[in-house]
Design a protein around this ligand. Structure first.
Ligand code: 5AD
Ligand code: SF4
Length: 481
């Protein structure tokens, strides 16, 4: 059909008058660093720019706007941003020599922490926008055509009320497993951590809004939702009955949404692990038996200087209670080695805790002093080579545990949610309830289905198997044992 030029013209005049559509046909490339919340935020940034005419691209070379959604948690993560910006500057110079432009935005926690300093270090940057202001991106993109702009406010309005829902097609493109932020920010102030400064105070979203977002995801074919929050198990949002709901109450409500087969949540703090949440792990079929519960250290002395407000023994008792409710639960944790003052004895206590618990997976890091956090000012910073040595030792121990955990499922029948095509043609890839990756030879039509798989082999990072006798189901993983 031929388009009507008059109509098109009128539309664009109206759009310009209303402040929309400054960027019809332009492409945005969003690159995310760091945590899963940044992955969620990156998608929402693309969503908020879509009505402005920006189409998301995976090809940075084709982009008119590049957004780096940054992470400030450790020095290495922050440094990456500036090296990436160096490359983007060259790209921008090349474009400009051809008479075209490239807009560069720095979003996320580095933007929040460094603000104007980013513009001083890299003049090619057009926009600096913090994690609480990215709903204003359309306006910032417009303003930036007149010169660099910074927005690192913690605005009074709730950014979630200003975000744009993705189309069903967009949700489908993003896959059958989705993230959904339910809580943001942190009031815990662990002495090593920048999050309370970059993400702000702890805020929980209203349950009704979360339910609406989850229902829309499910309608578009999402089968698994991972609820996100820096202290997600401390969730205390307004419930549908106007009373405050705990995370367990929210999970119970979400479990009733048709089509959702699996629920997960991350990241949790040991001190917010409520009795009802522990019970939910034993009772809720859709709540997956995998829990990321960072402990950081096994030494009480170090936990104390870290301001964690719990002991190693508290953590071990908590794990016992969780395992009593859900015996097959797989646990994962974060560890920091070389926190100021950490002696060999303290480090041995961390290894002892790991031996004691047995983790299915972990993230482990060398302590990275972050300006503005109390940890950075502590005496007794641990030498780099000691940190490296401890990281290697801890890594060997947790790797052995991870391997043992993966081997323990070989020969079993486990429910797998298939998410995407596998590495090789004819393969599909999915996840067990314990978050292990599984590949099998099967048609793509299995994507979005939960099917019982007989695990026959354990590779370095992947399990291999075949469909067990009986067909696709929505059963919980536990029943397959
Ligand atoms: N240095 C090293 N690791 C850190 N983490 C947070 N801050 C630091 C830091 N300054 C780790 C913690 C946290 C995870 C997200 O990152 O283990 O749980
Ligand atoms: Fe950082 Fe501690 Fe808050 Fe986690 S609980 S975000 S480690 S301050």
């Amino acid at each position: 059909m031929k388009s009507n030029p008059d109509l098109a013209d009128r539309e664009s005049v109206e759009a310009r008058a209303s402040g929309r559509l400054t960027a019809r046909g332009k492409k945005v490339f969003v690159k995310s660093y760091g945590c899963q919340m940044n992955v969620y935020d990156a998608a929402r940034m693309a969503d908020v720019l879509a009505p402005e005419g920006f189409v998301e691209t995976n090809d940075i070379g084709a982009a008119d706007l590049v957004v780096l959604n940054t992470c400030h948690i450790r020095e290495k993560a922050s440094d990456k941003v500036f090296s990436e910006l160096g490359k983007l500057k060259l790209m921008k110079d090349e474009r400009q020599s051809e008479g075209r432009d490239l807009q560069i935005a720095v979003a996320g926690c580095v933007a929040q922490a460094e603000g104007a300093e980013i513009l001083r270090r890299q003049r090619a940057v057009d926009i600096v926008v913090g994690p609480q202001s990215y709903h204003r991106l359309p306006e910032l993109v417009r303003q930036a055509t007149r010169g660099p702009v910074i927005d690192t406010e913690f605005p009074a309005e709730d950014k979630f009320d200003h975000l744009v829902a993705p189309t069903e097609d967009k949700v489908r493109q993003r896959g059958v497993s989705a993230f959904l932020t339910v809580q943001e920010g942190c009031d815990k102030f662990c002495s090593f951590c920048v999050v309370p400064y970059t993400r702000g105070a702890e805020v929980s979203r209203d349950a009704a809004k979360i339910v609406l977002e989850a229902e829309a995801l499910a309608r578009a074919g999402v089968r698994e939702i991972t609820l996100l929050g820096q202290n997600v198990n401390g969730y205390h949002g307004r419930g549908e009955n106007d009373e405050d709901w705990s995370l367990a109450q929210l999970l119970e409500r979400l479990a009733r949404i048709e089509g959702l087969a699996r629920l997960r949540y991350t990241t949790s703090h040991p001190n917010d692990m409520g009795e009802d949440l522990i019970r939910a792990h034993g009772e809720s079929p859709s709540l997956m038996p995998f829990l990321h519960l960072p402990v950081q250290s096994g030494s009480d002395r170090i936990l104390n200087t870290m301001n964690r407000k719990h002991s190693a023994e508290d953590y071990l008792r908590l794990v016992e209670r969780i395992r009593a409710a859900r015996p097959d639960i797989a646990l994962s944790s974060d560890f920091i080695v070389g926190f100021p003052g950490e002696t060999d004895e303290d480090f041995e206590a961390t290894l002892a805790l790991i031996h004691n618990v047995g983790f299915a997976s972990t993230f482990h890091f060398k302590y990275s002093p972050r300006a503005g956090t109390p940890g950075a000012d502590l005496k007794d910073q641990v030498p780099e080579e000691v940190k490296t040595e401890r990281l290697v030792r801890l890594g060997e121990l947790v790797e052995a545990q991870r391997r043992a955990f993966n081997l323990s499922v070989v020969g079993r029948n486990i429910d797998v949610l298939f998410e995407k095509p596998g590495k090789k043609p004819g393969q599909v890839s999915g996840k067990t309830p314990y978050l292990q990756t599984v590949q099998i030879e099967a048609p793509d039509s299995l994507i979005g289905e939960v099917a019982t798989v007989e695990i026959v082999e354990c590779g370095a990072n992947t399990l291999f198997g075949r469909i067990a006798r009986g067909e696709a189901s929505n059963r919980r993983g536990e029943e397959a044992f």
